[in-house]
Design a protein around this ligand. Structure first.
Ligand SMILES: [Fe+2]
Length: 240
């Protein structure tokens, strides 16, 4: 695990960034491991370790929350995704697609759950960073009028997600602009083709142990530990 953290930090220091890896050859997750090619030989998805210590985001997010969230919830989506892929493989081998509707739904749910969580960890950094800056700031001002308006809309959207879901700032490649989305569960209410730049988990498991039912307080605290530099790098990669 230590080697993996070192590798990720080295990449970030080199200015490559997690999405730089994805842009070079779409990995299974932000900062995840690439699967080898070949028909039917792709390796299972792997969960990357946190890019910081479990207690690194305190007092905003406790060590206990991060351990459970990363070690159990996120891990369960990775396991669910791999299990779904195995069941699909079996269906192909047996030419039995009786469960294809449920399998397709599970693939979208667990796959989106894994990818959003991978990006969630990279959306935060201890103490946060100033921003948005550079090209991302220009995109934000063009799309939302001001940085403050963008932040206010992002926070409001995340706080108002119905039941479980996410707030997402994304680059929309057809209109080449930024959009803020509410995602329900992990896979509903998106726009096809968008590249998520910044995500905030609004599922209760992300905050309840510490904030109880005060989701708004959690989102306000999240806004203070955003890694805007990471979001800028992801935006640059998505705009290429
Ligand atoms: Fe979560």
């Amino acid at each position: 695990m230590a080697d993996e953290v070192t590798r990720r930090n080295t990449l970030k220091t080199a200015g490559i960034g997690a999405l730089g890896i994805a842009a070079a050859g779409m990995t299974g997750a932000w900062g995840g491991e690439a699967s080898p090619g070949g028909a039917g030989t792709q390796a299972p998805y792997e969960q990357a370790p946190l890019p910081y210590r479990y207690d690194a985001l305190e007092p905003v997010l406790s060590e206990e929350i991060l351990k459970i969230h990363h070690g159990r919830h996120h891990a369960a989506y990775v396991a669910g995704l791999n299990d779904t892929l195995e069941r699909l493989k079996r269906a192909r081998a047996e030419d039995d697609y009786a469960e294809i509707r449920a399998l397709s739904r599970d693939l979208a749910f667990h796959g989106s759950g894994h990818i959003l969580h991978a990006l969630y960890w990279d959306s935060m950094t201890p103490g946060g960073t100033e921003g948005p800056t550079g090209e991302l700031a220009e995109m934000v001002e063009a799309g939302f009028g001001s940085v403050e308006a963008c932040k206010a809309q992002f926070a409001a959207a995340t706080k108002a997600v119905e039941a479980n879901g996410w707030g997402v700032l994304a680059f929309e490649p057809v209109g080449r602009r930024l959009v803020i989305l509410q995602i329900e569960n992990h896979q509903n209410l998106t726009i096809w083709g968008v590249a998520p730049l910044l995500v905030c988990d609004a599922w209760e498991h992300a905050y309840y142990l510490q904030y109880k039912n005060r989701r708004g307080d959690y989102v306000d605290a999240f806004m203070e530990i955003i890694d805007w530099e990471g979001a800028r790098q992801r935006c640059l990669a998505a705009m290429r």
